[in-house]
Design a protein around this ligand. Structure first.
Ligand code: TYD
Length: 190
């Protein structure tokens, strides 16, 4: 039987990483074989592209193309084979992030992103997407508490993150069967 493909999304600082580990453990206690992965990344080449994407300044279309190049590799090498053998795949970010960050945040045309999506995914979509939603000022406050160096996206100004959040919420409203919004102002247990 085919496995499921679940993606986690949200603005930076919304707490998706906290929930990822919990979700993977929960599914394992339910007897599922779970592959935990992330985007950009998830393959040796994808992780190299991630380094560039997170730290190297580049044209916004280059950024979108590299996101989808990493995604192509990820789908062929890891995600599709895992789902085909019956494993469940839990992925930290996927194509909704390209619409939210490159489209909403940076202003790349949604139509161009949709064309890349069609090319790279050929109709393949997550079975479920959990969108962790949090007002941008609260998310920024949570990130400020982190000791590590911020990446190129995390360093963007509040209005960038507002557009990212609004794009995520609009997509959730358009695709309510796939995208479930979780209010991240709640405690993790809630
Ligand atoms: P993130 O998932 O937040 O990882 P960490 O928790 O380690 O910071 O970082 C990935 C960044 O990549 C995030 O800021 C959003 C960005 N991103 C895009 O802009 N487009 C995409 O298609 C994907 C998958 C990620």
């Amino acid at each position: 039987m085919r496995g499921k493909f679940i993606t986690l999304e949200g603005v930076d600082g919304a707490g998706k990483s906290t929930h990822l580990g919990w979700l993977v453990n929960y599914l394992r206690t339910q007897g599922r074989t779970v592959v935990q992965t992330r985007e950009p990344g998830g393959t040796p080449l994808g992780e190299k592209l991630r380094e560039l994407l997170l730290h190297e300044p580049m044209h916004l279309e280059t950024e979108a193309l590299l996101m989808f190049a990493a995604r192509r590799e990820h789908l062929e090498l890891l995600i599709k084979p895992a789902v085909a053998r019956g494993d469940w795949v839990v992925c930290d970010r996927f194509t909704d992030a390209s619409f939210a960050y490159q489209g909403g945040g940076r202003g790349l045309s949604m139509e161009k992103i949709a064309r890349l999506e069609t090319w790279v995914q050929e109709g393949f979509q997550p079975d479920l997407t959990l969108l962790f939603d949090l007002p941008v000022d609260i998310a920024a406050g949570r990130m400020a508490g982190a000791a590590r160096q911020l990446d190129r996206f995390e360093r963007e100004k509040a209005d960038f993150h507002e557009r990212v959040r609004a794009t995520y919420l609009a997509r959730a409203a358009q695709m309510p069967a796939r995208v479930k919004v979780i209010d991240s102002r709640q405690t993790p247990e809630q």
